[in-house]
Structures are given as structure tokens and as C-alpha cells.
Design a protein around this ligand. Structure first.
Ligand code: ADP
Length: 468
């Protein structure tokens, strides 16, 4: 299930952990939108009724299992909660859904008699797991497990009326204090509670781990995170080379590797231009942008300067869906600059692969970016990232230094459109006037290790530390 980077992570990390000799199980909701071909392969592992709410209301928990690539996937089945097409709908429905999910996941582990050493939870949707484990599940077989809670994006926290969360979770009153779940007297914050009770907190880059302890990036939890900073650390994400590999990617017009990127990538550029109705010319500078179109992603900056990028030698390809204001402005630009700007307002995995393979540069000017995967994918596909120096972007893209001819991309620091324009212009200048330096950077980027191997090893080390 993928709505963004978390989907990539939860596909790749367990697989890599299994390779590194961990016994891994992934527990996730059985969302109705999982394609039928997978639903049909799931095997029924059992079911039971579980008490959930404070008035004793109970719910069915089914466990459907699917084993793939060394990883066991257990899907929590409940038609009442997970029938809607999308994983996330609106907060009023999502809150009970994920209260149920967190408790059901733990109950399912006990039911299956599978006692993990570590339970690794991701984002607010699973943040109640450490809270349940330390309270209602403490004296059950899984009670001795340690917990890790990873923040993939601090903006989303699962905050709602305290009474409602108290009702749906059935958790004891004492967890609703100001050091755990309660915020602003009357609300409860599921992520905050998880951060309090987790044995370790991680986030997806070192810089973001530091940034979220400041008021600017802390989304009102900076003080709480500073308090818990002793158990907080950053581990940067990788990308899955089984999916993201230009040498074997079945979606590409022409596969290429480090040895032939300079000749073969051009063919992918032409294929992309043809597919999108842009002027077909491999001499053009093609800038890609693959992103959720939300306020996080720095799109106001792009909107402000886009007309200034149009010079007859530059093409801009956008792929994304999200807020109407950005969808509309990008549609407008496509219309205004036909043949030079192409806005694909859609979610389309294949097209994303085509863009990474065909573009020269990829734009990620985010306001904040916990890790960011698109710049990693871009580098692996031989694109030069143009990024804002924040979060994981800062940790993974070393700014190009023209004096030493070293670096991975072009960067800017403050959130200002003029600085973005400047970074793009520096990229363009290198591309058009000093191509061999550009080409060397392309090859350097493709050679950079952005795989999951070393990140997964860091998680594994953390797990081992916690169980000592
Ligand atoms: P976030 O998790 O904030 O959305 P990331 O950079 O961590 O951002 O991950 C984005 C992932 O989603 C990447 O794999 C990217 O290719 C993919 N993606 C984003 N938008 C689209 C889209 N419109 N179509 C296809 N893939 C997309």
C-alpha cells in the first residue's frame, strides 16, 4: 500500500532485514483497495473478537497472511474499518480505525503466539502500540517486547478530542496526562503518546531529527521531542534496488547503467518527450518534479519562478496530485507554455519511472523533508537533484563545488524563490557550458550507495542494543 514514501520504506526495510537474518513480520490493515490478485492469495490465519472501547464494545479481528520474499505479511481484517477505498479518509473516521489497528496488531501477535523482541511502529497510525504494550498488554506474552517508533512525517500526529480517543482506545485515564497523550487540555495526540512510551524514537534523517526539536519544524511537539531527545536518532532511508534500477527496470524504453548512461539516457529523454508531447530534442535541459502536490513540497517557490525558467532550451515535467491550487497552477502553465511544460496531474508509477530515466535534473525544493526518496531515486537514475537544504535532502545531496568539481547536486538554503531560481540557473550553466563536469556528476550519482543495506543495518543495530 503506497500513498508516498512510507510505502516504499515498508516494502524495502523488512525485506532487507530478512536478508540480514532477522525474523520479520509486517502487520498492516487489510485495506479494501489492495488489488484482488493479492487478496486472493491471502491465507486465513484465524480470527477472534477483541474488546476495544471503554464501554466494552468489541470488534472482529481477522488475520489474513501472505508470505513473500522472506517476509510474512499479516493483514488485520475488519470490514467495518477498512472497507473504504483509500487508506486514509478523514480524521473522524481514521482515528477509531487506527485505535483499533494498534490494539488489534498486538492482540493478533498474542493470538498467533508469536513473541517478537522488537515491535517497530511507524507514524501516528501505529503510535498507540507502545502505549497499549506498556499498559493493557504488559502482562501478556508479548509484554516484554521493546518498541521503536519511527516518525516519517511529524506533520501528521492523529490529534482529536480526548473524550473520543479515550472512548475508542479504552486506555486507562492516567495515559491522558500532559506528558503523554494530552495536548491543549481537551485534545489527545496519538503520536505524542507513542513518543512517550516508545523505548526508542527514530526519524528518517539526522538533520530532521535535529530540526524537529526546534519550533520551526517541531509541529508543536518540539519541546516534547527535546525532552525525549536521549532516545531519538535519525537513520536515513534507502531505495529498493529491485524496483529502482535503471539497468533492469522493465518500465524503461532503454535500460542503462554506469557504463553507458551518457549515450543511453538520451534515448529515454526522447522517449519521454514523445510520450508527453514535448518537443523531441535531446539537447534540451529537462527538469522533472515528482511529488505530492502539497504545501510541504515547496511548490509555491516553483510557481513563482516557473515563467523565468522558460527559455527555449528548458523543459519542465511535473507528475503529482494533491491540493487544487497547485494542480490548477501547473495545468495553467502547461497551457501557457505548450511543448515546454507538461503537467501530469495523476498518480502513475510507470510515468514516474519514465521521468526519472528521461530527466536531466529533478527538483525537490521542499519546505521541510524528513528524508525524501525522489532525490535518491533521481541520483540512482543519473539525474542531478536540485534541492533545498533541509532534512534528508541536506543529508543526501552534497552541494556541487565548482572549484573541486565534487558534489551530487545543486542546493539552496533559505525558503526563497530567488534562491531556487539561482540554484536552477547554476545547474543549467554547468549543463550547457561544462558538460563533462555535469556528466561526471551523473556518473558519480549513479555510483553512490543509496541502497537499504546500510540503513537496515543501523536499524538492526538499534534493535540489538534495545534487547541487550
Ligand atoms: P512523501 O513520502 O512525502 O510523499 P518521498 O519523497 O519520501 O515523499 O516519497 C515519494 C514517493 O512517491 C516516491 O517513490 C515517488 O516516486 C512517489 N510519487 C510521488 N508522487 C507520485 C505520483 N504522482 N505518481 C507516482 N509516484 C509518485
Amino acid at each position: 500500500m503506497k500513498t508516498g514514501g512510507l510505502g516504499d520504506v515498508m516494502y524495502a526495510l523488512p525485506k532487507e532485514l530478512a536478508k540480514q537474518n532477522c525474523d520479520v513480520k509486517v502487520i498492516l490493515p487489510r485495506y479494501a483497495c489492495i488489488p484482488e490478485k493479492y487478496q486472493n492469495k491471502m491465507v486465513y490465519r484465524g480470527s477472534f473478537d477483541m474488546n476495544l472501547c471503554s464501554d466494552g464494545r468489541s470488534f472482529y479481528v481477522g488475520i489474513m497472511e501472505y508470505v513473500w520474499d522472506g517476509v510474512v505479511y499479516d493483514f488485520i481484517d475488519n470490514q467495518e474499518f477498512f472497507t473504504n477505498g483509500n487508506p486514509y479518509t478523514n480524521l473522524i473516521d481514521d482515528i477509531p480505525k487506527f485505535c483499533y489497528f494498534s490494539k488489534a496488531a498486538l492482540a493478533a501477535l498474542n493470538y498467533m503466539d508469536w513473541e517478537p523482541d522488537i515491535i517497530h511502529c511507524h507514524d501516528w497510525q501505529a503510535a498507540l502500540v507502545p502505549v497499549y504494550l506498556d499498559t493493557m498488554f504488559k502482562d501478556t506474552p508479548i509484554g516484554r517486547a521493546k518498541t521503536v517508533l519511527t516518525i516519517h512525517n511529524l506533520r501528521f500526529q492523529g490529534v482529536y478530542d480526548k473524550k473520543m480517543i479515550s472512548y475508542w482506545t479504552g486506555l486507562p485515564d492516567y495515559v491522558f496526562n500532559k506528558d503523554a497523550l494530552t495536548v491543549k487540555w481537551l485534545d489527545a495526540n496519538m503520536l505524542k503518546g507513542g513518543l512517550t512510551y516508545a523505548d526508542a524514537i527514530t526519524t528518517v534523517s539526522g538533520t530532521y531529527a535535529w530540526e524537529i526539536q526546534t519550533p520551526e519544524y517541531g509541529e508543536d511537539l518540539d519541546a516534547h521531542l527535546r525532552y525525549h531527545s536521549g532516545k531519538l536518532r535519525g537513520i536515513v532511508n534507502g531505495i529498493d534496488y529491485d524496483i529502482w534500477n535503471p539497468a533492469t527496470d522493465p518500465r524503461l524504453a532503454n535500460n542503462y547503467d554506469l557504463g553507458n548512461v551518457l549515450t543511453e539516457k538520451r534515448k529515454n529523454k526522447k522517449a519521454l518527450q514523445e510520450e508527453l508531447g514535448l518537443e523531441v530534442d535531446d539537447g534540451k535541459f529537462v527538469i522533472g518534479l515528482v511529488s505530492r502536490l502539497t504545501n510541504q513540497k515547496g511548490l509555491d517557490l516553483v510557481n513563482e519562478i516557473l515563467p523565468q525558467l522558460i527559455d527555449g532550451n528548458t523543459q519542465i515535467v511535473i507528475l503529482g496530485t494533491g491540493d487544487a491550487q497547485y494542480e490548477d497552477s501547473f495545468r495553467y502553465y502547461e497551457n501557457a507554455y505548450k511543448g515546454q511544460v507538461c503537467s501530469n496531474i495523476m498518480y502513475d508509477e510507470t510515468r514516474a519511472h519514465h521521468i526519472y530515466a528521461g530527466a536531466d535534473a529533478l527538483l525537490v525544493p521542499s519546505r521541510f523533508e524528513p528524508c525524501g526518496l525522489t532525490q535518491l531515486i533521481a541520483m540512482h537514475y543519473g539525474d542531478i537533484p536540485i534541492v533545498r537544504e533541509t532534512g534528508g535532502l541536506k543529508d543526501t545531496v552534497e552541494p556541487y563545488n565548482e572549484f573541486t568539481n565534487w558534489g551530487n547536486g545543486f542546493t539552496f538554503d533559505r525558503y526563497e524563490s530567488g534562491l531556487l531560481l539561482d540554484a536552477i540557473n547554476r545547474a543549467k550553466t554547468l549543463y550547457f557550458t561544462n558538460r563533462w563536469c555535469w556528466d561526471e556528476m551523473v556518473q558519480r550519482n549513479m555510483d553512490k550507495d543509496v541502497s537499504w543495506e546500510s540503513s537496515a543495518r543501523q536499524y538492526r543495530d538499534l534493535y540489538v542494543d534495545l534487547t541487550r
